[in-house]
Design a binder for this molecule. Structure first.
Ligand code: SF4
Ligand code: SF4
Length: 231
């Protein structure tokens, strides 16, 4: 198996470079993360993030043959060689395949991703009807891997202003939550030229989401609610 992997250590290197690697094993049922672990056993300077190995923690997001995805759930058998690996685009590189997710999390924070409800907390839990609960399906499952926002041209051009698909998906998740009391405020917060209106519906975010979520649809629904409010 042949690989071409982005290498860059800002403390030592003048510029990034691509390094070729070869593994003499069969792809079989191997996932890309398994192959990376074998490569790291041979070259311990190769740096990448990983944790759960189950597509749940979202930490091993990277550009795989030009498409963002999670290494741990990408079968080697699905990839053309040489497998070209680069860090998620649009974020500063800390080292090799590891990016600084700070900008991504700052945008996420803007969505106020928590329930806002001023009424006294009930003894057990705030109940929802099954129908209201269903409205959260396709929204709450996000693992914050960043694959969507870092494949979004609007996020690349304005990472400090455009919230990006992951943060907007979360914004909508709380806007539609029947237990949340800040819907009006949340919509008002998004009423500027950048927060939501820089989405041009290109749908890169939908194409790469490893959880099969649809941030574009959530963004369109936020826009519809805003229009209804201003009508
Ligand atoms: S649909 Fe919107 S959020 Fe998704 S990639 Fe395109 S511009 Fe970005
Ligand atoms: S919406 Fe999908 S691609 Fe985007 S951060 Fe969440 S899980 Fe990752």
């Amino acid at each position: 198996m042949r690989f071409s992997i982005y290498r860059y250590d800002p403390e030592q290197d003048q510029a990034p470079r691509m390094q070729d690697y070869r593994l003499d094993v069969e792809a079989g049922d191997m996932m890309l993360l398994d192959a990376l672990m074998l490569l790291k056993a041979e070259d311990e300077s190769l740096t990448f993030r990983r944790s759960c190995r189950e597509g749940v923690c979202g930490s091993d997001g990277m550009s795989i043959n030009g498409v963002n995805g999670l290494a741990c759930i990408t079968p080697m058998s699905s990839l053309q060689e040489p497998v070209v690996l680069r860090p998620l685009p649009g974020l500063p590189v800390i080292r090799d395949l590891v990016v600084d997710m700070g900008q991504f999390y700052r945008q996420y924070e803007k969505a106020r991703p928590y329930l806002i409800n001023e009424t006294p907390a009930p003894r057990t839990e705030r109940l929802q009807s099954p129908a209201d609960r269903e409205k959260l399906d396709g929204l709450y499952e996000c693992i914050l891997c960043g694959c969507c926002s870092t494949s979004c041209p609007s996020f690349w051009w304005n990472p400090d202003k455009f919230m990006g698909p992951a943060a907007l998906l979360q914004a909508y998740r709380f806007i539609v939550d029947s237990r949340d009391q800040a819907t009006e405020e949340r919509l008002a917060d998004l009423q500027d030229a950048y927060s939501v209106f820089r989405c041009h519906g290109i749908m890169n975010c939908v194409a790469v989401c490893p959880k099969g979520l649809n941030p574009t649809q959530a963004i369109a629904q936020i826009k519809t609610l805003m229009l209804r409010k201003s009508a």
